[in-house]
Design a protein around this ligand. Sequence first.
Ligand code: SAM
Length: 214
Amino acid sequence: MKDTYRHKGLRKKLVEEISLKGIRDERVLSAIEEVPRHFFLDSSFVEIAYQDKPFPIGSGQTISQPYTVAFQTELLKVEKGMKVLEIGTGSGYQACILEKMGARVFSIERHHSLFRKTKELLERMNYKAKLFYGDGYKGLPAFAPFDRVLVTAAAPYVPEALLQQTKPGGLLVIPVGAGDTQVMKRITKIDEENTREEKMGFFRFVPLLGNKVR
Ligand code: SAM
């Protein structure tokens, strides 16, 4: 797949659009400008890749709207070298944005077909994110603790395992709610006993589901 001047121009426009919607972190905006989002959709949808919209990626799942990706990434305050756990790999786009910002990314996907497809894509694109097929509710205890944890599907509650696997001083960003909309929460793990929670507005995600799917 090619990344042409036209694609780069479309990305610049997308960045302008999401910065007008309130994204301020220059590092997030440059990552969005650098990562070719059209690589993460089927080739026939290149036109749609640079609209600020979610889009189906198969297995009943979606690649999140670019504004939502940027908003969650901004909340996460990622610094170079941080270990970040993402729940819901999907297309792999969010994982690549985090990696572009210098994070060491670990990401879990429960759909085996998506996991395989995305693993192959990221390898072809030379990304180093470590992808896992599994149940995101459980996190990745073998690789914990993480500086940052990001959930990219609607969680009915905050899974205890994910809080446990966040480093003291670290952040967990998670959309919480079982209905049509979710509250975006940023939880700071102060220490093993104490957390602080900020509510950052309403969003709409596909649900975080239990158990692995073949
Ligand atoms: N971050 C993705 C991207 O950049 O394309 C978009 C994520 S999509 C909105 C949500 C993803 O979460 C879907 O791929 C879905 O299969 C996955 N998912 C749902 N429940 C899960 C679970 N329990 N563990 C891991 N992944 C899960």
